[in-house]
Design a binder for this molecule. Structure first.
Ligand SMILES: Nc1nc2c(ncn2[C@@H]2O[C@H](COP(=O)(O)OP(=O)(O)OP(=O)(O)O)[C@@H](O)[C@H]2O)c(=O)[nH]1
Ligand SMILES: [Mg+2]
Length: 226
């Protein structure tokens, strides 16, 4: 987290991390489609001609609070291709939270695990304690055949400490729920660590209402509290 006292802007960095082609960039596209224009900045996608992320993608989202402070979320993705390992490490620097986008297909289990371990190692390389970093897991591509069953996902949820979400990012399903879950963790973490709510006159009702309120009224975020 960074606080700029001149323009009273609090910047929070969230990184979408995961194996190749798991749908990290698709999450950002879906968020860009669904959130209010007034909150959204420019979506920067740095990819190759075949849509593989080359360095990172970035979507800034901002929300101005009644207190006069502005919360600026910077959502980044890492490139999943094996050759871009060094870039993944750089993109994780300064991360306040990680959305781990796993590929829900059964054949991808080993790669998901490998990337999850890599993500923890790279956080540590950046002097960030992986055990003290808000992390949520999203199983994406759940529309495909031979994906993990509900029971398997439930077992994964019970074995770990991270909240787990299911998604079909290309249809936007589960994407905002995942983001909402991530931000809840990030804010409670910042609050514990820095007494964030009091110092910045932060109210999660105000923040989440401003960002997601128009969707809740449409029912698009049903189940987000789970
Ligand atoms: N069927 C299905 N395809 C998806 C889904 N999400 C993403 N895809 C497809 O999977 C491919 C990769 O998606 P990206 O979002 O570019 O994946 P990425 O994780 O950013 O990939 P890298 O940047 O190369 O690591 C694209 O062809 C997407 O259309 C999904 O939920 N279901
Ligand atoms: Mg990508």
């Amino acid at each position: 987290m960074q606080f700029n006292s001149v323009n009273r802007e609090i910047t929070i960095k969230v990184v979408y991390y995961g194996p190749p082609m798991s749908g990290k960039t698709s999450n950002l596209h879906a968020i860009h489609m669904m959130l209010n224009d007034r909150n959204l900045g420019h979506l920067t996608v740095l990819d190759t001609s075949d849509d593989r992320t080359l360095f990172f993608d970035l979507l800034p989202i901002s929300s101005r609070l009644r207190s006069g402070n502005t919360i600026k979320l910077k959502l980044f993705t890492v490139p999943g291709q094996v050759i871009h390992a060094a870039t993944r490490r750089v993109v994780l620097s300064g991360a306040d939270g990680v959305v781990f986008v796993a590929d829900g297909q059964r054949t991808m289990g080993r790669l998901n695990n490998e990337f999850f371990r890599g993500m923890r190692r790279y956080l540590a390389d950046n002097q960030i304690d992986p055990d003290d970093t808000p992390t949520v897991i999203q199983f994406n591509k759940m529309d495909l055949p031979d994906v993990r069953s509900d029971e398997e996902i439930e077992q994964i949820r019970q074995r770990g400490v991270e909240p787990v979400f299911r998604a079909v990012a290309i249809r936007g399903e589960g994407v905002l729920e995942t983001l909402h879950g991530m931000l809840e963790l990030v804010f409670s973490h910042l609050n514990k660590r820095y007494d964030f709510n009091r110092k910045f006159e932060f109210s999660s009702e105000e923040f989440f209402g401003g960002l997601f309120g128009h969707l809740q009224s449409k029912g698009a975020l049903e189940g987000a509290e789970k």
